[in-house]
Design a protein around this ligand. Structure first.
Ligand code: SAM
Length: 275
């Protein structure tokens, strides 16, 4: 059986590397959309999931994020194809926003493909400084190159490499102060993948979760070994405690020089560790 919730609105991030919120608002108004201003409550956002037609809002929490009815299709929109708009769910905008690297800083995106969060990080650092982005999967990395090119990202250095083998001692990474770890996870918190837990047998699921959370532990621990790192954001799209809170608890026991803030318990586990 499937667990079905209300449809989510269509979220669109305005790519400030290529355009501005004002220009995008003007564009959509000219296309016949009604701009309803900034959302005033979470309920208003949730209710937007039931809407249809040509109207849109600005998100309540995330800067440069617009909210459209779920049926709105942007794939042929000229602003989308030119990389001015990024189709990115609200939850997926939180990690880069919370990491918030200063303009010009050195950042690692440890598990980066297909690169929506990398492009968001690049917008936050205004394409200045450096983003070292790693991924194991060649195909996903190729998709990522295309996405970053379209988004006008120029401060990245991509590597088809296991993040766990990236040496924290390499002089190249000596100035890395901010790291995003968005590792492979069960995806159990994704609306289209939310299955009732009975779909997989208990032991299969336990084994899978154990393997995923073991990798997540290794990846976050590895991030904390970089000599200048100050902030690490670890994010998953899982609702399993084994992948989220348990990982953080273990890591903090192993790394007493880091502390954490549980910033938003809403929808998504976004945990920031800092020294
Ligand atoms: N951050 C991406 C984004 O916002 O578009 C999504 C990342 S996805 C959740 C996890 C990624 O981690 C996958 O692309 C996977 O190939 C990659 N991955 C898995 N193990 C890895 C490893 N050891 N080193 C680097 N990347 C890895």
């Amino acid at each position: 059986p499937l667990m079905l919730g209300p449809a989510l609105p269509r979220y669109v991030r305005v790519n400030t590397l290529k355009t501005s919120m004002d220009d995008v608002l003007t564009y959509f108004k000219r296309q016949g959309y009604t701009y309803l201003g900034k959302a005033r409550s979470i309920k208003e956002l949730i209710d937007f999931g039931q809407k249809s037609g040509k109207s849109f809002l600005q998100d309540l929490h995330i800067p440069n994020l617009l909210v459209f009815p779920p049926s709105t299709d942007f794939h042929k929109d000229s602003l989308y194809t030119a990389g001015h708009l990024i189709l990115q769910d609200k939850a997926s905008c939180l990690p880069a926003l919370l990491l918030d690297p200063p303009v010009g800083s050195c950042v690692i995106d440890a598990c980066a493909a297909p690169g929506n969060k990398t492009s968001h990080l690049a917008a936050i650092v205004q394409n200045k400084g450096k983003i070292f982005a790693f991924d194991l999967d060649t195909k996903r990395l190729a998709t990522m190159s295309t996405l970053l090119l379209r988004a006008g990202v120029t401060c990245q250095e991509l590597a088809n490499q296991d993040f766990l083998t990236v040496s924290p001692c390499d002089p190249k990474y000596q100035k890395v102060s901010h790291i995003l770890v968005d590792p492979s996870c069960s995806g159990s918190g994704m609306p289209d993948r939310m299955r009732v837990l009975t779909e997989e047998s208990g032991s299969d699921q336990d084994e899978r979760l154990q393997a995923l959370s073991a990798f997540q532990r290794r990846a976050v621990s590895h991030a904390l070994r970089f000599p200048s790192v100050q902030y690490v954001v670890y994010s998953t799209c899982s609702i399993h405690q084994q992948e989220d809170e348990d990982v953080v608890k273990d890591i903090l026991e192993q790394h007493p020089d880091f502390r954490y803030v549980h910033i938003l318990s809403l929808w998504y586990t976004a945990i920031m560790l800092w020294r």
